[in-house]
Ligand binder design. Structure first.
Ligand code: HEM
Length: 397
């Protein structure tokens, strides 16, 4: 047990692995301070993380979490759109998840491959090969948002405005900007859903509207917050997957050559990037509804728990040489997509986007390299996300 809880501050954000290496000798459970002064429990061991992600004594209900949260501090987002499936417990979660699974199952994700390839090609075609480009701004950010727009069926005419409302949710944009973007979305999404109801199309939102009219109905508010969740959950996470993968790959010239020589390694490479540089540093916030013993530590009831996915994915007890990038790693059962009832709905789509993005970049730019004359890339300030602000790359390096 840590007598002096660490704060999850800039050291945690800039070099989480060093932070975790320092904590590891004192066990898999640590008291920490987050969100400007709240005590939470950080879980860093793989087995403990996996067990707790599936433990019903750890709850997520948005409204109960808010009650536990000291007033006046940052912390969980307080908007009605945040009262979604990711922040719900059974039986609500079970019902919502069944409906979204049904909507996703009706649309085989592999069918999206040509569309994702087309989006990647368009973005690559717009890149300036004569200068250093910021691959986050010009490729990793726009790709997932365009894929989400296509998946959900955002009409072409609304796309630019839609993107401008979504962008403020990435990183540490001011609360005021986020609020106004949220208001704009809160105004737009009900109109979009009404249009999908009146004129269904071949897209996920139309499917969701249709399943919401079956027996297990989604209320209007649930449909709205589910739409918001699908937009948000698939955005910054995928940006980070692309950015972190390219950054890790370009630091290792041998691995770049290996992947170019054998593109069949791409799916395994994406799994390894998910493990090594997990797009989410910690899972979303959970809280104990009764005391929970983890090894020799007892976490009291009504306390916040942060499961450190990135730490679990670097646990030496589970992965040999966890700091190494190894495309041939066997049984790479990382926790980057979570575990248990909240396991990522979009995992197949995210894997596909990662594969297409990396594959297209490698094919298009045989000499792509990091621009080492620029300052070392920094991470966006977040305890949840693990992703770069910028990634300066020369494409014809
Ligand atoms: C590399 C990209 C992605 C990563 C690393 C990722 C990771 C995760 C993780 C760790 C969770 C569980 C969080 C927790 O238990 O606290 C989750 C849940 C979820 N993800 Fe993803 N995700 C990614 C992309 C996507 C995409 C593309 C979509 C949809 C289009 C999506 C939709 C969701 C949804 C709806 C949930 C909530 C599931 C539930 O509560 O039952 N994700 N994701």
């Amino acid at each position: 047990m840590d007598l002096h809880p660490e704060s999850l501050g800039s050291k945690f954000v800039e070099d989480p692995q060093a932070f975790y290496r320092r904590l590891r000798p004192s066990g898999p459970v640590h008291q920490v301070i987050v969100w400007g002064g709240v005590r939470a429990w950080l879980i860093t061991g793989y087995e403990e993380a996996k067990a707790l992600l599936a433990d019903p004594r750890l709850a997520k209900d948005h409204f109960k979490a808010l009650e536990l949260f000291p007033p006046g501090l940052g912390g969980p987002h307080r908007s009605p759109l945040s009262a979604n499936m990711l922040h719900a417990d059974p039986p609500d979660h079970t019902r919502l998840r069944k409906l979204v699974n049904k909507a996703f199952a009706a649309r085989a994700v592999q069918h999206l491959r040509p569309r994702i390839e087309q989006i990647a090609e368009e973005l690559i075609g717009d890149l300036d090969t004569r200068v250093t480009v910021d691959l986050i701004q010009s490729f990793a950010l726009p790709l997932p948002i365009r894929v989400i727009s296509a998946l959900l069926g955002i009409p072409e005419a609304d796309r630019a405005a839609f993107v401008s409302w979504i962008e403020p949710f990435i990183g540490s944009t001011s609360a005021a900007r986020q609020r106004s973007a949220e208001e704009a979305l809160g105004d737009y999404l009900p109109r979009l859903l009404a249009d999908k109801r009146a004129q269904p199309d071949d897209d996920l939102l139309s499917e969701l509207v249709a399943v919401s009219e079956d027996d297990d109905r989604l209320s209007e508010a649930e449909l709205l917050s589910m739409t918001f969740l699908l937009i948000m959950a698939g955005y910054e996470t995928t940006v980070n997957l692309i950015g972190n993968s390219v950054f890790a790959l370009l630091r290792d010239r041998d691995k770049v050559a290996r992947l170019r020589a054998d593109p069949t390694l791409l799916p395994a490479a994406v799994e390894e990037f998910l493990r090594l540089e997990s797009p989410l540093n910690t899972a979303t916030t959970r809280f104990t509804i009764e005391p929970v013993r983890v090894g020799d530590v007892e976490i009291p009831a009504n306390e916040f728990v942060l499961v450190a996915l990135l730490a679990a994915n670097h646990d030496e007890a589970r992965f040999n040489h966890p700091e190494e990038l190894d495309f041939t790693r066997s049984a790479n059962q990382h926790l980057a997509f979570g575990h248990g009832i909240h396991y990522c709905v979009g995992a197949p789509l995210a894997r596909l986007e990662g594969e297409v993005a990396l594959g297209r970049l490698l094919d298009s730019f045989p000499n792509m390299a990091l621009d080492t004359t620029k300052p070392v890339p920094q991470y966006r300030k977040s305890t949840l996300m693990h992703g770069l602000r910028t990634l300066p790359v020369v494409l014809n390096g």
